[in-house]
Design a protein around this ligand. Structure first.
Ligand code: GLV
Ligand code: MN
Ligand code: MN
Length: 422
């Protein structure tokens, strides 16, 4: 099945008829439908599907790898989305991985190392709050005890959501990636660097450090009409001033700060609220700058709370250190490009590739040009022609790092006998 056909099949799943955006909430019906689709696609290609107790899945092309001492080469991405997100963030990496395996087989390539296509669960943290939950659990970066306490906004525990979705939970470090030697994730670019460089594809150098911080602001609920302005303890006011302070601090220091989610209690039009909980997404070009910006925002929020007669508590929910992707793998992928090679660019977006890299796995990322740079929005886009270049580059990269079984060796005829693929 071609890239275009696969893309068409996924397109209606979880799409809002009003905004055109996607909501594929981890372990929810749309994401599970995408997941079932992925498993079917793997089966159609004769890939051996394995799942761990965290909900991560890999389809293996073992090729001629029996007995190989080369570490597995894993590609893939995620199928969950942010709330009202785009079609590409996540699925492009998964569909491109399937298409790249098809292309490698068409080329007659038989990998020496096993090639795996991974789907990591809850990459966006849109349901349980922690970004890259699946890869953090798999690598042991997040203690299972902490994950067991996670609840979604409706109060459903992670374990219950998994069980309801038919996934038997066994949280924690897993061997799903099978002695991995390398991970390569393809992703839509979330910016316009490649547009400016006039390149369809780029290679990532690293990821800015970033984190999610919950601000719990508490005050006193009261009547919106009868409470004099000077008698209020209004957490909304503290929150509003904190949003402005975060924006100003980020602008002054050349970093990024966003409050994109807020929860107000009791959320009535004619009542001063009792409490506001809001989440700051902060990103910076170094860990020192990230910490300094967060400290400034927290100090300004607390000063404001002092004036409003409210209280602020800040909790770090999910923090990711700076990532420097493996320079050797990045170079090997970059030189596959025309002229001076595919450009090597940094990103401010988090990815499972970052978690795996931090855990010590040589990791690379391939970005596909996004004409507007818009992402985490229904307007996210990539042109088909660029996506197809992405598939070629991913196939080249896998070929480069997975090695090749020489023709005539015991299992080299695998490409012609393998698994009834479409
Ligand atoms: C992941 O998409 C992120 O929030 O950077
Ligand atoms: Mn994303
Ligand atoms: Mn993503």
């Amino acid at each position: 099945m071609s890239f275009e056909q696969m893309w068409r099949e996924l397109a209606p799943i979880g799409r809002s008829s009003t905004t055109g955006g996607y909501f594929r909430q981890p372990f929810g019906s749309a994401e599970r439908e995408c997941h079932a689709w992925f498993v079917e696609q793997c089966a159609a290609r004769g890939l051996e599907v394995e799942q761990d107790g965290n909900g991560n899945t890999v389809g293996w092309w073992r090729g001629g790898s029996t007995g190989s001492t080369r570490g597995a080469v894993v590609t893939g991405s995620h199928l969950d989305s942010v709330v009202d997100g785009g079609a590409y963030d996540g699925p492009l990496g998964v569909v491109s991985a399937l298409a790249a395996v098809d292309l490698l087989r068409e080329r007659g390539f038989v990998p020496e190392a096993p090639i795996g296509i991974a789907c990591f669960v809850e990459e966006e943290g849109s349901r349980f709050g922690i970004a890259c939950l699946g890869s953090r659990l798999l690598t042991g970066t997040l203690p299972p005890a902490q994950a067991r306490e996670l609840r979604d906004p409706d109060g459903t525990y992670l374990l219950d959501a998994m069980t309801a979705a038919g996934v038997e939970p066994d949280l924690g470090r897993s061997a799903l990636l099978d002695e991995p030697g390398c991970f390569v994730e393809l992703h839509v670019e979330q910016g316009r660097d490649l547009v400016h460089r006039d390149a369809a594809v780029g290679v990532a150098s690293g990821i800015w450090p970033h984190g999610r911080y919950r601000f719990d602001v508490t005050g006193q609920a009261n009547h919106a009409g009868t409470t004099r302005m000077e008698d209020r303890h209004d957490p909304m006011l503290t929150y509003a001033m904190t949003v402005l302070a975060a924006n100003k601090q980020a602008r002054l220091s050349g970093q990024r700060a966003t409050f994109g989610r807020v929860d107000v209690r009791p959320n009535g039009t004619n009542a001063v609220p009792s409490a506001v909980t809001a989440w700051l997404d902060a990103r910076a070009d170094s860990e020192e700058h990230l910490e300094a910006m967060l400290a400034d925002v927290q100090r300004l929020a607390e000063e404001r709370a002092g004036r409003d007669g409210t209280r602020v508590e800040v909790t770090a929910e999910s923090v990711s250190p700076a990532v420097r992707f493996d320079a050797d793998v990045a170079r090997r992928v970059s030189v596959l490009g025309p002229g001076e090679g595919w450009p090597v660019i940094p990103t401010m977006a988090g990815h499972d590739a970052g978690i795996l890299s931090t855990a010590g796995l040589p990791t690379a990322m391939v970005f596909v040009r996004n004409p507007t740079g818009i992402s985490h929005s229904p307007e996210e886009h990539a042109e088909l022609a660029d996506c197809l270049v992405g598939v070629e580059v991913l196939a080249d990269a896998l070929q480069e790092v997975a090695g090749e079984i020489s023709p005539g060796s015991a299992s080299a005829d695998e490409t012609t006998s393998g698994g009834g693929r479409e």
